[in-house]
Design a protein. Structure first.
Length: 279
């Protein structure tokens, strides 16, 4: 059940407001098909020229990789945190047999885009799909509402990992599972944040935050979740992402520095899993 809006709703960070509002990051050439993620390229031949279809598939495959980390999903309820335009939410509903799935995003324009782009599916299956505005650190749902929570390339924006961990544990039912995928620093070595800001505009302007992956895992564990684990999927991400950036933006585009900081050992792409203990 969706809660009434709170008077102290978390403000949208300015860089997030811009990127997902008027700037509409999802329309940029580096993304495609309504998705906004770096892509999972393991099943795609990146040694030759890449196509628009390859790029869309890479982003779909990122969702499939994350959703495949969950136990059987048929007839279960799920929440996507940071659902953007809802392309991944729709894929999850259509391919994984959820009884009901809710996409939640902090930005109202993204909720509008999700409702518009998925209007047919919403009309045909209103009891199975919905989109709600809300923050990862203060989710507008009742306790123990979902069997699964997943998030694809949104957690690098979250301002308060402790609050996110607490909310994840709260909205999951006993025995429920969480899967979070995004790019994080490999550890909390001093200087990582400064290095990222020097090479990548999205860190310099505050859109992405230099969260160390151990801090993300610890936030979930401290909230009472168990079997918390971070697994690198960098080999399936970085080379393909870099090839695509070179293809659409050229050899000097600043996002190509993602591969550089990965090769320096500063940043990697992870899938983090956790479970709420059963009663």
């Amino acid at each position: 059940m969706i809660r009434e809006p709170e008077h102290n709703q978390r403000p949208i960070p300015p860089a997030v407001q811009e990127a997902y509002g008027a700037d509409d990051l999802g329309t940029k050439p580096i993304f495609a098909g309504g998705f906004i993620n770096f892509g999972h390229w393991q099943a795609i031949d990146i040694s030759s020229g890449l196509s628009h279809e390859d790029r869309v598939r890479s982003q779909q495959d990122m969702y499939r990789h994350i959703l495949n980390a969950l136990p059987p999903t048929e007839q279960r309820r799920a929440l996507e945190v940071g659902s953007g335009t809802g392309a991944g939410t729709a894929l999850a509903l259509q391919e994984y047999g959820f009884a009901q799935i809710t996409g939640m995003d902090i930005h109202p324009r993204q909720i509008e885009r999700a409702q518009q782009s998925n209007s047919r599916l919403l009309a045909e299956r209103p009891e199975h799909l919905g989109f709600v505005q809300g923050a990862a650190e203060s989710m507008p749902f009742d306790d123990e509402e979902f069997d699964f929570l997943y998030s694809v390339e949104a957690a690098q924006h979250f301002s308060d990992l402790t609050a996110f961990g607490r909310e994840t544990a709260r909205v999951l039912r006993p025995g429920g599972h969480a899967v979070i995928a995004s790019f994080f620093t490999t550890d909390d070595t001093p200087g990582h944040a400064e290095r990222l800001a020097a090479l990548l505009d999205c860190y310099a302007n505050g859109l992405d935050l230099a969260h160390p992956v151990p801090h993300v895992v610890d936030a979930l564990a401290q909230a009472g979740l168990t079997h918390t684990r971070a697994t690198s999927i960098g080999p399936a991400v970085w080379q393909g992402w870099d090839r695509w950036i070179n293809h659409v933006s050229g050899p000097d585009a600043w996002p190509r520095n993602f591969l550089r900081v990965h090769e320096e050992g500063i940043l990697d792409y992870y899938v983090i899993t956790a479970t709420r203990p059963a009663d």
